[in-house]
Design a protein around this ligand. Structure first.
Ligand code: BTN
Length: 334
């Protein structure tokens, strides 16, 4: 893999340090050996170990005694992540950030400068995480999954909404495999547990009327948050809050990317049909749900009536008119 040259991304030698510690869990490795193997000074090793500790990695020891960890650290480091992604389209370019503004911003910039299909951008923390319709995305350090993938799909722009739906299915499957929970999907982009938001998807696209240059699929999942900020608490939750235990973000992220790979390939090979059917099976919002739709120009109430062939939502308005929702906020109506 070529060196990661993306400004601000994690030094590949920190990535190597994490892999070395993980591969030698429970074994004491001397600072000198680590320094030699990853090609830095012992004092740099010390500095980086301190940084890892600040992220919650439990590293025992100090420069004189050597270092040891007790279990694979839950840092979303490329070397560790790649091991869970064999035979997927996501192994080649994984860019990791300890902190960035928004992984979607990074991915959009990379898309414009020719980064290849399948690039993954992941962060431990976002300072300006973005949600749909101009909202922000709470991105607490080392608690959630903040992921963007760059895709260059050979599809027409009108079919791009299906990508958001398949990303939702992938997130839902990953959560089910990891925690045994059946999350709901609220069209187009919300992952819900007991009606509260567990995750969301922000798909952004650079396209011309008949050609997609690239699509960035941003996925946020609340994983190990022990509490949500007061303003979000009534409407948002985390896997930890829902299950009472912590979850490996590294495992969940690998499951998510494997699942995304499967659904994406299915979409390219078989078209939107199987994705739409699966979405209709798993989302309580696809059909027969009374909803309030808020768009930039109006708000109305109606009942969902299935999906269009390109993934847009059909809603039967109270006056009987059938409306196709292109964008807007969907909320359950009483
Ligand atoms: C939403 O529910 O409104 C969408 C939330 C999407 C959040 C993710 S976190 C990773 C990626 N980077 C961002 O700035 N946003 C998306």
């Amino acid at each position: 893999m070529p060196p990661s040259t993306v400004p601000g991304s994690t030094d590949r030698r920190i990535d190597a340090l994490l892999a070395l510690l993980a591969d030698n869990a429970m074994i004491v490795i001397s600072g000198a050996k680590i320094a030699r193997q990853i090609g830095v000074t012992r004092s740099t090793v010390w500095r980086w170990i301190e940084k890892l500790r600040s992220l919650g990695v439990k590293v025992k020891g100090h420069p004189r005694t050597g270092y040891r960890i007790e279990k694979v650290p839950d840092v979303l480091a490329p070397n560790l992540l790649r091991r869970g992604l064999r035979n997927t389209l996501f192994t080649k370019r994984i860019h990791h950030f300890f902190k960035t503004d928004s992984t979607n911003n990074v991915a959009m910039r990379l898309g414009e400068t020719g980064e290849p299909h399948g690039a993954v951008i992941v962060a431990e923390e976002q300072t300006a995480g973005r949600g749909r319709v101009g909202r922000s995305w709470h991105s607490e350090k080392s608690s959630g999954i903040y992921l963007s993938v760059l895709l260059r799909p050979p599809i027409a722009p009108v079919d791009a909404p299906v990508i958001t739906l398949l990303a939702g299915l992938a997130a839902r499957d990953a959560v089910a495999e990891q925690a045994g929970l059946a999350a709901d999907l609220r069209w187009p982009n919300d992952l819900l547990l007991d009606g509260k938001k567990l995750g969301g998807i922000l798909t952004e696209m650079y396209a011309e009327p008949d050609h997609v240059h690239f699509v960035v699929v941003g996925i946020g999942i609340n994983v190990n948050h022990t509490r949500m900020p007061e303003a979000l608490a009534p409407t948002a939750t985390s896997l930890r809050l829902a299950t009472g235990r912590t979850h490996s973000r590294l495992e969940l992220l690998a499951r998510l990317l494997r699942s995304l790979d499967r659904y994406y390939n299915q979409f390219l090979e078989q078209g939107a049909g199987p994705i739409l059917r699966r979405f209709a099976e798993t989302s309580s919002y696809a059909q027969g749900k009374r909803v309030r739709i808020s768009t930039a120009t109006e708000t109305y109430v109606g009942t969902t009536a299935g999906l269009e062939a390109n993934g847009l939502l059909r809603v039967e308005r109270e006056d009987g008119r059938l409306q196709v929702v292109i964008s807007g906020d969907v909320a359950e109506a009483n």
